[in-house]
Design a protein around this ligand. Sequence first.
Ligand SMILES: Cc1cc2nc3c(=O)[nH]c(=O)nc-3n(C[C@H](O)[C@H](O)[C@H](O)COP(=O)(O)OP(=O)(O)OC[C@H]3O[C@@H](n4cnc5c(N)ncnc54)[C@H](O)[C@@H]3O)c2cc1C
Length: 302
Amino acid sequence: MHDPTGKSSGIHTPGGRPIKSGAARNRDSALGGQLDLGGGYVHWAQPNVWTEVERHGLEQLNPPLESTTYYQLADDEVHTDKFELTHELVGKLFADSRQRFPMPFNINAVDNSDINEETLEERIASLGLSTRDSDLIKGALSGLVHNYSKHGSTQLLFAVSSNFGNYAAELETASNWCITGGMKKLTDAIQRNSKAKLQLSTAIKRVTDDGKQVTLTTASGDKLYAKTAVVAVPINTLRHINISPALPPSVSKMLSDGNPVRGSKLWVVPERDLGQVERVVAVGERGRHGCGGLVRRGVVDA
Ligand SMILES: Cc1cc2nc3c(=O)[nH]c(=O)nc-3n(C[C@H](O)[C@H](O)[C@H](O)COP(=O)(O)OP(=O)(O)OC[C@H]3O[C@@H](n4cnc5c(N)ncnc54)[C@H](O)[C@@H]3O)c2cc1C
């Protein structure tokens, strides 16, 4: 599910032919420095990305900095001693992850239609907790969720199940270890090693397969031809591409429903030496306290 290399670039034509890619942009420069958008962390428990990390000699990762205090805003009070309790509460929230996704490589292994529409808000409410304890859970999830009543519960159940049924393990793999110099180091290394021809900043508007060849039409009307095309754009983008022949009804339904997740992260790394500053984690319910989210280790991850 995750491709934190950011190497995917929308639409490819495989099979030894040059790869043409679509709207993918170079990771940008901005604000006087490099701006890394999207995936930020890698982990050796992710075999595909780790193979690439090792292949390019980038396995000297920045270890996570341990925090001295874990501040939690819950029921309008700041707590500093609820870390263990929160761990238990989040464990309860995802207690059935392995039953729901016993074999994460097969998402249909059991019928989960009863919770397909369940939001995280509903799942948290179903535990019947106090406001404080519900807020503790919401704060703990704030780095991954932007709106509890729009975010479905199955996505995180799946992610937790893929990490041994343990939410802490899911967080360990998804938010701890980063490549020195940023993810661009990895994408640049992969591109340097590849013979693929990249065509960035070229949005594809139409994909037509006539059975003999695939024609890709760009936003500016240019046409690219290929035997095969692999379309790997996000759900919310895919629905704006005109694809012919039409996609199966189940896929069209998924595209029109869209992906409600609109999370974004902002890292602000002060230039001065963080060694002198207390390393803290501070979490609060997303959306209720300004930008909400997670502030940690001198880095805003909101
Ligand atoms: C803020 C943020 C932080 C994240 N942090 C992590 C992390 O730390 N670790 C982790 O493992 N995962 C992380 N993820 C998740 C990870 O980035 C995604 O799961 C992964 O990038 C998905 O890969 P993908 O190839 O499916 O899609 P994408 O990486 O989104 O690639 C799709 C590509 O398609 C291109 N495209 C879009 N429209 C068109 C078009 N019309 N024509 C042609 N091309 C088009 C896009 O430009 C893009 O390059 C994060 C995600 C976000 C948003």
